[in-house]
Structure formats: C-alpha cells, structure tokens
Design a protein around this ligand. Structure first.
Ligand code: GSH
Length: 198
C-alpha cells in the first residue's frame, strides 16, 4: 500500500505511527499538496494528505478513516474496543486533530492569503480554539494507558507538528503537554522518528 504523505504533515505522522504499531508496511510517496498533482487528486479529490492507495488501486482518506482501516486489518491492535476506552481514544484523537486543524488554519491564513487580507480576529479565534483543546488534552493525557494506541499517536503527531511550527507558543502555554511528549518518546523511541519533521 502506498501512503501519499509529507514529512511535516501531522495527520500523515499519525497514520505512520499507527501502521508501525499494526505492523503494516507502507510505501511512502512524498507528496506536495500545493502542486495538486494527478496522483493526489486522483486518490483524494479533496487534494489533502494523507491518502492511502490500496493494492487494488482504490484509495482511502482521511487520516481517521485510514487509522480505522489499519485497525481493522490488524485485528484491532490500534483502537481499544471496550466502549469506554474506545470513546476515550476517539475523543482524544478529535481534540488533538482539532487543535491542529485550528492552528493550521491560522498558519494557512498567512501562508496563502495576501497580507492585506489577513483577518486577525479570525486568526485569534483559531488560536482560542486550539488553546482550549490543548488545555483539555493536558488534563486527559495523564489517564492514557501505558500501551500506545490511537490516542497516543494523535497527541504525539499533533503536538509534534505544533512544536515544529509554533515552538514558543507551545512551550509557553502548554508545558505539561511538552513534558508528556518527551516522556512518550523516551518510553517509545521507535515513534519519535515518525513524528512531523521539517
Ligand atoms: N482531516 C484531514 C486533514 C488533512 C489535512 O489537512 N492535511 C494537510 C496536511 S497535514 C493538507 O493536505 N493540507 C493541504 C491543503 O489544505 O491544501 C485528515 O485527518 O487527514
């Protein structure tokens, strides 16, 4: 199976960590979303990464669906199945991905729009959203089980990306999460190499 991805992409990182846990090998295809190339848009009409191209040529997206797929293929190695644990893991994934989505929207505002059109109240709203989610995550990560699952990978990949793009903000506002990430990679170094990279 081929994964259209990029090294900095947090959602791609989550999928790579998940595949590692599930012992599923992926052929990595570096993909520039800005180019809107045929391979990407043919696989994912939305034109975003990650997208997973299966051996029969069909493709699945987005990262949450890909993780569900990897979980099923592995016999549920990734996502806890008991109702409470399932809900906990999925809620944490939604929080972590949501925080990243908001910060990414703030980043894209400045990356893709001309400076005279930047709308600071909208950027501020995205950051309020991201900080609220990260504050809740800081309370939640302490209750994650020892054995890594989808929730750990969502937090690690999303925090990894936030730390890459906004190191000062994350260190100043969310030190407990930065500490959690350090502990997680110390305990499970195999996942550090799969974290978002510049
Ligand atoms: N909900 C999607 C989000 C995917 C996403 O936003 N990917 C980013 C890279 S991490 C992307 O492709 N951005 C390019 C764009 O928005 O044009 C998922 O979980 O896969």
């Amino acid at each position: 199976m081929r994964l259209l991805y990029s090294k900095p992409s947090p959602y791609s990182s989550k999928v790579r960590m998940a595949a590692h846990l599930c012992d599923i090998e992926l052929d990595l295809v570096p993909t520039d979303t800005g180019a809107e190339g045929d391979q990407l848009t043919g696989a994912n009409p939305i034109g975003k990464i990650p997208a997973l191209i299966l051996d029969d040529g069909s493709a699945i997206y987005d990262s949450r669906v890909i993780c569900e797929y990897l979980d099923r293929r592995s016999g549920n190695l990734l996502i806890p199945q008991a109702s409470d644990a399932w809900l906990h893991a999925k809620r944490i994934e939604a929080l972590a991905d949501g925080a990243t989505e908001a910060a990414m929207a703030a980043l894209y505002e400045k990356r893709y729009r001309p400076e005279e059109l930047w709308h600071q109240p909208w950027i501020d709203k995205q950051w309020r959203r991201a900080h609220r989610a990260l504050d809740v995550l800081a309370q939640e990560v302490g209750s994650l089980p020892e054995r890594p699952n989808l929730a750990h990978f969502a937090v690690a990949s999303d925090l990894g990306w936030l730390g890459l793009r906004f190191p000062e903000i994350v260190e100043e506002k969310h030190p407990a999460l930065v500490a959690w990430l350090g502990d997680f990679f110390s305990a499970h170094p195999q996942y550090e190499a799969l974290a978002p990279q510049a």
